[in-house]
Design a protein around this ligand. Structure first.
Ligand SMILES: [Zn+2]
Ligand SMILES: [Zn+2]
Length: 78
């Protein structure tokens, strides 16, 4: 059974999935710049643990202070 994105409800493919550091939900995160998908979440640099994590869009909306630490993934990640 295919998993679905917790944000938009679309089926996930295992190459483009991330887990939210806040709610633990899985969401669709395109690693390719030309992947035709909406942004369901973003990469986030967690200052407290100095590590990279991912946050889903609903959690970003609920925690506006996170936006300062968000990383724009405009093709900079492999
Ligand atoms: Zn989605
Ligand atoms: Zn979340």
């Amino acid at each position: 059974m295919a998993e679905i994105c917790d944000v938009c409800g679309e089926p996930l493919d295992e190459n483009n999935v991330s887990r939210c550091r806040i709610c633990g939900g899985r969401f669709y995160m395109a690693w390719s710049i030309d992947a035709p998908v909406e942004k369901c979440g973003q990469a986030w640099f967690e200052e407290r643990s100095c590590s990279l994590g991912f946050i889903c869009a609903p959690c970003i909306n609920e925690n506006p202070q996170i936006r300062r630490s968000l990383i724009d993934t405009g093709g900079t990640l492999p």
